[in-house]
Design a protein around this ligand. Sequence first.
Ligand code: SF4
Length: 410
Amino acid sequence: MIYIHIPFCKQACHYCDFHFSTNLKQKQAFLYALDKEIELQKDFFKEAVFPSSLSVPPPTKKTLKTIYFGGGTPSILEISELKAILEKVKSTFEVDKEAEITLEANPDDLTSLEFLKSLKEIGFNRLSIGIQSFEESFLKFMNRAHNAEEAKNCVKLAQKAGFDNISVDLIYGIQLPKKEIVFNAFENNFEKQSEGLKSNPHYFWRKDLEFALSLNIPHISAYCLTIEPKTPFGNSLKKGKLKPIDEEFAAQQFEILTETLKENGYVHYEISNFAKPNQFSKHNTAYWKDEPYLGLGASAHSYDGKNRFMNAANNRKYTESLNKNSLPKIIDELSENDRINEYFLTSLRTIWGIDLNHLIKKYNYNLLENQSKTVSKLVENQMVELKNDTVTLTEKGKLFADGIASNLFV
Ligand code: SF4
């Protein structure tokens, strides 16, 4: 699988700590460098180690099953630019005819039927749309580039253009600060907001979920708002202008999320991901199942089944390096223990859980022999279930996924 990071956005969302630039002047230089990087990485999968015990049938070394354009905002690119990247990938690697080819897109870029139809024509068959909320005041609070109307219309327009494999991203745990504190962008809505929230603190979250469900889409991803240090929200928190995330409030919204989506036929297949049966994201599933991936573009990570590589998270350094025919990556050598711990962190978040046989086959590590007390305690506390040679999280355990994984660390 291939991930392509397009590191440009129209404006900076207040919570975001991904790598992106709002300086579009660097775009052409970046695209030129990306083309070079694809060429230089043409043999990446020949050396990669694929897990033999997980995928059925196992992926062949040659054929790509998924291509994912993420960012940043890939939908900021012109159709001709996206087409050129896809053609380059297809002429360099062997791509499965049925490959899942996803574009991450923002609602403000999906306002024209013509653009959406062109995306289909050039080969995209899946959209992952960064809606985050259908509520205007929340969007303004987070400094999203789109408005509620665009959020509400883009999915229907994409469906009209022929996309049926659509995922939307939503954010929960949002509590607007008091009117007098900082952001006044949502002032007009404040009274309405207060009224709705007095009677039901989760009023807007329920409304967001209700609207998302009405769209009849196969996949929904939902993330808890986090306040990262080097972001506008992080600065506001430091200055005391923003309250920290209320963990209990967020946990209640997570429960509403899981219950509502389950009731509506979605499978909760990863902590933040829900899909109709058999409509899981193939790309993300492959990450979680320990398969190698090649990341292209500034800040992208790769994993060859043994080590991780990280591209420079700086557009200028990335392009300068490739202009000299040198890959802008550094190796993050993983010890056997690091790889096992990473596998715990990612697999435990999924419906498939930790595959005990995979651990033995790939890492020669027997979890039950080495950590019998910890596993028994977690089972006793109803945090995990041990069944059919797998360890999976219980509903209660899902609230503490990372903590549980770290308890098992080698
Ligand atoms: S559009 Fe996405 S990548 Fe860009 S700033 Fe907003 S959250 Fe970050």
